[in-house]
Structures are given as structure tokens and as C-alpha cells.
Design a protein around this ligand. Structure first.
Ligand SMILES: [Cu+2]
Length: 340
């Protein structure tokens, strides 16, 4: 097995050709939360984002979690934020506030008029709280906006899980969040993908680090029994002629590092997700523990951007096995996340 010569040239073409048709699909997953801000005009006269947020009682603490991309936790915006990010997230926090108060109003109206009136709430304004007792209405409204329903009366004797777009079973609020995140991951976000498609999709846009994002030549690793290696998925950039190509690579390599092991050996892979989408590594065809199989929502939660996961791999069978992500393969694999 080699990564030289034709294999490598072919993968250049595969990765670059594969990306073009993705323009219409994918940006939404990354910018899934980037709804048109209804309360702020960000196009005509750009307001000072920090002053705007402060005036609305929203905290900006960009000293926190600087290694993560810009995000909001509750009403605090943190991470690595451009001015544009700050405005977008301010708009998001506001929209969430509005939804929460609409939900609370609707729930109050329901309680006043009739016991089951909550079930008749206008789906645009709120959600059916009666089917998800004990779950934060704010979260329910947020999920409802994405077309995800929570119905804890259904299959209550089973562990928390999703069927189609319904979260059901025996769920804590944390479970609901996790299952919804997995659901989002699995289905991608075609709707916002369509919305954002005009902008085009560039893997890892905004995460490119000049020191780490240059594509590296693929290398082969001869691993001893018990070896532990570090692997990440990161954005990569490389040059073909006058064109800069964009993709993702395991340890910056496309294909990812060639892992050579002896039959019967066991190795550990400590994986870090440094791309802008949730991901996992699926070790295709290896017979090993289910927990190490890398299938999100089935054997593990997806590894969120900035997150990590340790895989223990066993090799009871001789052969050549490839590895690849099990989240939006149509994007991540095409962009370069695969190896042997
Ligand atoms: Cu596979």
C-alpha cells in the first residue's frame, strides 16, 4: 500500500472536483445558526457590535474560549469573534429571547383558557410544552424552529433517542440536547444549506491557521503494538498552479497518515476535531469494540468542533482497511478526510 504516485495525484483531483458541486449543499451546517438578523440592520450602517450588545444587555467576553470559534452560551458571546460574528450572535441571542417570551406567553395563555390549550399553540410562536415536561422551553422553541419535536410521552421506556425529527424516550434535558445535536449532524441542514448556498462553501473558512493549515505530504506510520498516536481533522490549503484549493485533512494530509500495524496488535488514536463541523472517525471494516466504531448517534456522540475522542483499535484480521468520517461524508470525505 502506498500513498505515492497515482494515488496521491488522483486524490488531488477527487478532492478538488468533489468540492465544486457542494456549493449548494453545505454552508448551512457551518453557518446553521446564521439566520437573517431581524432586529439589527447589518448591511446598511454597520453598528458598533460591542456597543450594540451592551445596550441590549448582552455580554461579550471574547477573552473566554478563544480557541473556539465565536459562539454564544446563554447571553454571553465568547470565542474567536470578528465584528460580523458579534453582530450575528447578538441577533441570535435576541431572537432566542423573543422566542422564549413568546413561548412563555403562549404557555400562560394556554394555562388561563384551558388545560390542554398548550397543545394548540401556534407552532410559529411556541411549542407544545406538555409533551416535554421539565425541558427548558427556550430549548424546545429553538428545536421547533429547526423542525425538531420533543415528545417524551412516546416510547418512554426506551433510552432517549430520535426517530425522524422527533426526540423521544427517557430523556433528561442534557439527553435532548445531545440527541438533537446528533440528529442535526445526521441530517445535515439542507434547508439552511439552500439559504446560504449563494455564498459558496469553503471547508474550514475562518479557521485557517497559516502555521497549521498547509497541506502536508502524506506519511506512513509503522506502529508497534500498544502505540498511541495523535490525529486531528483540520482545514488544509494547497496550491495547484495558480489555484488555492481548500479541504480538510487528517493531520493536514490527504490522504491521512497511512497506519501500518501487525495483525493482532492494538493501538490508540487520540483524535481532536479541529474543523468547523462535528465529525467522527469510522474505522471501516475493523472488528473491534462497538464504542470505537465512530458512528455518531449509535456508538458515540459526534465529536464537536474543538472536541476530542480516543479510539482503541484492534486488528484481528489481516487486510487493508480505510478510515473516514461518519458525519456528512459528502462534504468531509470529498474534502479530504480519508486514509488507510
Ligand atoms: Cu466506512
Amino acid at each position: 500500500m502506498t500513498v505515492e504516485g497515482n494515488t496521491r495525484r488522483r486524490s488531488h483531483r477527487a478532492a478538488s472536483a468533489g468540492l465544486r458541486p457542494l456549493a449548494g449543499l453545505a454552508l448551512g451546517l457551518i453557518l446553521g445558526a446564521c439566520r437573517a438578523p431581524s432586529n439589527l440592520d447589518v448591511t446598511e450602517t454597520p453598528p458598533d457590535p460591542r456597543a450594540t450588545a451592551a445596550a441590549l444587555g448582552i455580554t461579550i467576553d471574547t477573552e473566554q474560549m478563544t480557541e473556539f470559534r465565536c459562539h454564544a452560551m446563554g447571553e454571553t458571546i465568547m470565542g474567536d469573534c470578528s465584528d460580523e460574528d458579534l453582530l450575528r450572535l447578538t441577533a441570535q441571542v435576541l431572537a432566542r429571547r423573543e422566542r422564549a417570551s413568546a413561548t412563555a406567553d403562549a404557555a400562560n395563555a394556554g394555562a388561563e383558557s384551558d388545560g390542554d390549550a398548550a397543545a394548540e399553540v401556534d407552532p410559529g410562536a411556541g411549542v407544545d410544552l406538555s409533551k416535554a415536561p421539565g425541558i427548558d422551553p427556550d430549548l424546545l422553541a429553538e428545536l421547533a424552529d429547526e423542525g425538531i419535536t420533543v415528545d417524551l410521552g412516546a416510547m418512554a421506556d426506551l433510552p432517549c433517542h430520535a426517530m425522524f425529527d422527533i426526540v423521544m424516550g427517557d430523556c433528561s434535558e442534557a439527553d435532548v440536547r445531545q440527541v438533537a445535536a446528533d440528529l442535526r449532524t445526521q441530517r445535515g441542514d439542507a434547508r439552511s444549506g439552500e439559504r446560504e448556498s449563494e455564498a459558496g462553501f469553503v471547508p474550514g473558512q475562518g479557521l485557517v491557521d497559516p502555521d497549521r493549515s498547509a497541506r502536508r505530504p502524506s506519511e506512513a506510520l509503522d506502529l508497534q503494538d500498544g502505540a498511541r498516536i495523535e490525529m486531528d481533522a483540520r482545514p488544509v490549503r494547497w496550491q495547484v498552479g495558480d489555484t488555492t484549493l481548500s479541504g480538510y485533512g487528517y493531520n493536514g494530509m490527504i490522504p491521512g497518515p497511512l497506519l501500518r500495524v501487525q495483525e493482532g496488535d492494538r493501538i490508540t488514536v487520540h483524535f481532536r476535531n479541529a474543523i468547523d463541523m462535528p465529525t467522527t472517525i469510522h474505522w471501516h471494516g475493523l472488528r473491534h469494540d462497538n464504542a470505537d466504531d465512530g458512528v455518531p448517534g449509535v456508538t458515540q456522540p459526534a465529536v464537536m468542533p474543538g472536541g476530542e475522542h480516543t479510539y482503541t483499535l484492534r486488528f484481528p484480521d489481516p487486510g487493508v482497511f480505510w478510515y473516514h468520517p461518519h458525519v456528512r461524508e459528502d462534504i468531509q470525505q470529498d474534502a479530504g478526510l480519508y486514509g488507510v
